[in-house]
Design a protein around this ligand. Structure first.
Ligand SMILES: Cc1cc2nc3c(=O)[nH]c(=O)nc-3n(C[C@H](O)[C@H](O)[C@H](O)COP(=O)(O)O)c2cc1C
Length: 216
């Protein structure tokens, strides 16, 4: 299947591209290639990913989520300690239930006519927990998450990294839902990621390429 080929590329080649990609002159629009006329699928996938905040209602198939999460845990991480735990939720009772609590605290959010749930309207949410004792967990979890989002992109699945909803999940108001995630002792929820089939195609936000310098 085509996406398996892209998935392999996303998982195996991404680190190479990430190290060498700083000389893209127009990161948002240029069709990417690496020294030849052939299109590089990994670079294309990276440049095409955008945060999606409108989704089709159906959850992502669990088989595909399994692949996405396995790409996540194959991310580089300090000393291979894997200081993360991942929880995948596609149960509407969970998502809508905690959203009802969220709406009580943030009533304005639900006034948006596109509002479906507190996870930027996604039908599938991945919650990432970090080992609180690990000094590298935030880096490691960041790499884990980008792997997941790029793998999803390569499969036609949209995503959005979410900090604010995770803050609500950590608040006393959402305690019963946080408990249901069942993170191990010593782990805390760091953030969550929305996944689903996109119902919008956002334009790229500009990136400041002057922040990149080659040092002679
Ligand atoms: C750590 C982190 C937290 C974020 N939290 C939120 C959030 O709470 N809500 C949201 O809509 N987007 C959130 N985002 C998505 C960013 O707004 C988005 O990545 C950024 O604007 C760049 O846009 P792009 O992803 O489309 O390239 C978060 C991204 C990161 C990396």
């Amino acid at each position: 299947m085509k996406y398996w080929k892209q998935m392999w590329s996303a998982c195996v080649l991404f680190p190479l591209v990430a190290c060498g990609g700083g000389n893209q002159s127009n990161a948002q629009t240029e069709q990417a290639s690496v020294g030849t006329d052939s299109v590089n699928q990994v670079v294309e996938t990276i440049l095409a990913r955008r945060s999606v905040r409108k989704y089709k209602p159906q959850p992502v198939e669990r088989e595909k989520m399994q692949t996405i999460v396995e790409c996540g845990v194959n991310a580089p991480n300090a000393m291979n300690r894997q200081p993360w735990e991942i929880r995948v939720v596609d149960n509407p009772d969970f998502i809508n239930g905690v959203t009802e609590l969220y709406k009580k605290e943030q009533p304005k959010a639900a006034e948006d006519p596109n509002f479906k749930n507190m996870f930027r309207n996604a039908p599938t949410v991945v919650f990432v927990g970090r080992d609180v004792q690990s000094g590298s967990a935030e880096f490691d979890c960041g790499l884990l998450s980008e792997n997941m989002m790029l793998a999803a992109q390569s499969m036609g699945i949209g995503s959005c990294c979410l900090g604010s909803p995770a803050a609500f999940m950590r608040s006393p108001a959402a305690a019963e839902y946080l408990k249901q995630l069942g993170f191990s002792e010593g782990y805390e929820l760091l953030y969550c990621i929305a996944f689903g089939y996109p119902d919008e195609a956002p334009a790229a936000k500009p990136r400041d390429l002057t922040k990149i310098k080659f040092v002679e």
